[in-house]
Design a protein around this ligand. Sequence first.
Ligand code: NAD
Length: 311
Amino acid sequence: MSNRYRLTPHLKQTSGMAPPTAIITGAASGIGLALTKFLLERGWAVCMADLNEPKEKLNNTLFVKTDVSSWDQQAALFEQAYTWQGRLDFHAANAGIDDRDDIFHSLSSASTKPPKQPNMLCFAVNLHGPYYGIKLAAHYMTLPSTAAGKPKPGGKIVVTSSAAGIYPSPFAPQYAATKHALVGLVRSLAPIAAAVNIKVNAICPALVRTGLAPPGLLEQFTEDQFTPMSTMMRCFSALADFDDVGKEDWVEKGKSGETVEGNLDELTWHQPPGRPDEASYINEEGQNAWAKIYFERNKNFAAMDWVNGKM
Ligand SMILES: NC(=O)c1ccc[n+]([C@@H]2O[C@H](COP(=O)([O-])OP(=O)(O)OC[C@H]3O[C@@H](n4cnc5c(N)ncnc54)[C@H](O)[C@@H]3O)[C@@H](O)[C@H]2O)c1
């Protein structure tokens, strides 16, 4: 067994039954660590993924050092977590970073040469990371894991977007773009995820006291401007109904495609804007046309790339 992670012996499968199991990325600190503890208190086993090892040793956890921007590392993470408990019920795609470029203020005034290629790590971590995680989670959640105690295949996914995924954020435009993208992603995935018994939603924290903020920022605010971690846990719970995980209809009855903002002690549910009435290209009949063409085309992507010499 790799020394990259530790096993908690008493949770190892002895009778073939395992506790409900979660993979949380960005679990070594802040919101991910709080969610890990919240689930542990409810009897879950948690696979903690992060670039950094957690400072505390927690029972019933498995730490897997992971860079979420790497497909290979996330694939290895999910495989190890599934091997650990034989089931996957919940995934929080939570790891995130802030901007790594200054789009308008790092231009050269003296050269006709183009500026240096910008650092796009924020997109790789905040957007590619959750996309990889959702794809992997759907795969492992839908494996037949009833022998491990799971009532039926399927599961729930929550991605951590941000208030900057709903409102503009000129001081962190890369971050805002990735977090807006996550809202669009869960809204677009929800209807097709239902077919494989997966629910996918987004939480949008306001300002929470964590390690994310650059030095000096948090000191600018007073305590009453911070959203407590308990509000974040209420957001996760409202989307994932953790206490009902053993029920047959746990997944079917859950919410999907939702975006909930947590600010102070308020939960605000955000809906997509309505379309103009005259947008007939996307009425019910139109939607069938989009679905018919795109679902067939997307299915064939791997084959098409191969034909076009792109693989
Ligand atoms: N704190 C806030 O005010 C706030 C507001 C809105 C959204 N969020 C979001 O909440 C999520 C959690 O952040 P947090 O506030 O708890 O901050 P945090 O910095 O305390 O925790 C983020 C964790 O992600 C890990 N991480 C960073 N890059 C990674 C990578 N490539 N692969 C794996 N792990 C990586 C870090 O090591 C850290 O442990 C982030 O997605 C963040 O954007 C936070």
